[in-house]
Design a protein around this ligand. Structure first.
Ligand SMILES: C[S@@+](CC[C@H](N)C(=O)[O-])C[C@H]1O[C@@H](n2cnc3c(N)ncnc32)[C@H](O)[C@@H]1O
Length: 190
């Protein structure tokens, strides 16, 4: 399907972003969302992924964090905060080691200078991975992170392999074919 068609479909179904279909595809393939999952949505604004989680699993508990404000999503607990300060949010900190699923669609502001941007993305990915390792339950926690194909991707995947029993790479159909975005999935924290 053409990228614009995914956008139209998202609009028709009432979702805030077309990114929902990429996440939906990965969630179905990995079977990582359950009816009562406790989910942490990192980089959640404008709220498409949080909406999707609640649509797929209405009884799931969703905590969402973003630097930017986010219009309320019904029954989603949103906190406007930088990821590096997540431990300062008592409602989330008290759920350390209890989340079933951490999803991250974080995207840093890019400078346009390739080497600088690749470092920025890598650093943010490492911060996100560290957060997932702290907040996921050790028994069957899952992590889904959107990132980009670049010279540091392999290094990041290696870091993920140190943190999870299983790591897989996904390129969902709804992801623009030319876009450099790619998704990594980690299961069962080590
Ligand atoms: C592509 S958008 C997320 C879209 C969202 N998944 C959706 O479906 O609506 C990326 C988000 O990451 C957020 N972000 C970037 N750096 C961040 C940080 N350090 N802490 C928290 N959020 C951050 C941005 O503010 C932006 O809203």
């Amino acid at each position: 399907m053409h990228a614009d068609s995914w956008a139209l479909r998202a609009k028709k179904l009432g979702f805030r972003s077309r990114a929902v279909f990429k996440l939906e595809e990965i969630l179905k393939k990995t079977n990582s969302l359950h009816s009562d999952s406790l989910v942490l949505d990192i980089g959640s604004a404008p709220g498409g992924w949080s909406e999707l989680i609640k649509a797929m699993a209405p009884a799931a508990s969703v905590y969402a964090i973003d630097l930017l404000p986010m219009d309320p999503v019904k029954d989603v607990f949103f906190f406007q905060e930088d990821l590096i300060n997540i431990h300062k949010i008592p409602e989330i900190y008290s759920l350390k080691l209890r989340f079933d699923l951490v999803i991250s669609d974080l995207a840093p502001n890019l400078s346009g200078i390739r080497a600088v941007d690749e470092e920025k993305i890598f650093d943010l990915n490492i911060e996100t991975l560290r957060t997932a390792s702290i907040y996921l339950n050790r028994y069957n926690g899952s992590f889904i992170i959107k990132t980009f194909q670049n010279s540091l991707l392999k290094r990041f995947r290696t870091e993920m392999e140190k943190c999870f029993h299983l790591v897989q790479t996904y390129k969902p159909a709804a992801s623009k074919s030319k876009s450099g975005e790619i998704y990594l999935f980690g299961e069962k924290p080590l």
